[in-house]
Each structure stands twice: as structure tokens, then as C-alpha cells.
Design a protein around this ligand. Structure first.
Ligand code: ZN
Length: 191
């Protein structure tokens, strides 16, 4: 396993939609070893998720994992999840404002409207089909990762640009209020 370099905003790789994987490609030793690298890179950087194109592989695959994350202390845990060729369907038209950050957008956070409830369809790393609904803050994390695979970054979706702030200023001026909203979402949806 090896840590991969993370592309940052401005790099064209982040703007190109990714390529769907065939089952044969997914099960190849090369892709399986890439998935190990992707997970290791995410954990090393304390990311809540990471998409393959963030580490220069333009394929439709991402990883998520939240366990007492120091970058996002209010986020409920998400077990390690690999999504291959994921699609998202919005189950609710209701949105909430998620304060997002990104490993590819260093030291910036901003408020992004996200659907409160979604349905995710994908394969896991063995090629088995997964199909589930998720809601609340966790649904926001999934939407952020699948956006990457479509060549989108969270800054594209920021409606009120006055919400943009550095991580230090988030902690100084926004964290208390957002944590209250985050807690209310977790209380409502359990995630
Ligand atoms: Zn990101």
C-alpha cells in the first residue's frame, strides 16, 4: 500500500467526469490495490471521504469513513464504505445547509445545500450490488463524494459566498452555531 498525492482545486483532473468501471476491471489486482491506497490516503489525511479522481485516477469509485473525525467532530460515524459506479437519487426535496470542506480545497469551508434524504445504488469492492437510503449529515457526505465523480467541487454549490471561511475562522465564528444545527439533524435522522 502507498499514500497517493491529492490533487487540489485548479487541477483539471478534478473537473473531468470519471469513467465507469467494468466488473472485470474492478476485480483486477491493480484496481483492488488502488482501493487499498485510496483508503490509506483518506485515513492519513483524516478525510471523511475521498474520490478516485482526487488522487489522479479518473474512475467512478470513492471511499467514505468517519470515526470520531477530528476535522468534523460533529459528524456521526460512517463505517468504511467503498462505492463503485455510484448513483444518487434524491428521495426528499427538502434540503439542509451543510458546512463542507474538502481535501482538494485546502483551508476553505462553505455552506452547501444538500438533500436531507437520498438513495444510493452502487457496487461494493467485490462487485456486489448495494442499494440503501441515507439521511441527514451522512447523506451530505455521500452527495459530496459523488459530486467529485461528476467533476464537481463543493464550492460550485455554495449559494451564499459569505459563508466561505478558513478552517480557523470556522472554528472561531461558525462552529458553535453549525454544531447545534448538526446535532438537530442527527437527532432527527440518526445520521
Ligand atoms: Zn471533497
Amino acid at each position: 500500500m502507498a499514500l497517493r498525492k491529492i490533487a487540489t482545486i485548479g487541477n483539471p483532473i478534478l473537473r473531468q467526469p470519471t469513467r465507469v468501471l467494468t466488473k472485470e476491471e474492478l476485480l483486477s489486482p491493480k484496481t483492488q490495490s488502488f482501493i487499498d491506497d485510496l483508503v490509506e490516503t483518506m485515513l492519513d489525511a483524516n478525510g471523511a471521504g475521498i474520490a478516485a479522481n482526487q488522487v489522479y485516477e479518473p474512475v467512478r469509485l470513492c471511499a467514505l469513513h468517519v470515526k470520531d473525525n477530528p476535522r468534523y467532530p460533529y459528524k456521526p460515524n460512517i463505517p468504511l464504505t467503498i462505492l463503485v459506479n455510484p448513483t444518487i437519487e434524491l428521495v426528499s426535496s427538502e434540503t439542509f445547509l451543510n458546512y463542507e470542506g474538502c481535501l482538494s480545497v485546502p483551508n476553505l469551508r462553505g455552506e452547501v445545500p444538500r438533500s436531507v434524504k437520498i438513495r444510493v445504488k452502487a457496487w461494493d469492492r467485490t462487485g456486489a450490488e448495494v442499494d440503501f437510503e441515507t439521511a441527514g449529515l451522512t447523506a451530505g457526505t455521500y452527495q459530496h463524494e459523488v459530486d467529485h465523480l461528476d467533476g464537481k467541487l463543493f464550492v460550485d454549490r455554495v449559494v451564499d459566498t459569505r459563508s466561505l471561511c478558513t478552517w480557523q475562522d470556522f472554528e472561531r465564528y461558525r462552529m458553535v452555531e453549525f454544531t447545534e444545527r448538526a446535532k438537530a439533524l442527527v437527532a432527527r435522522f440518526g445520521s
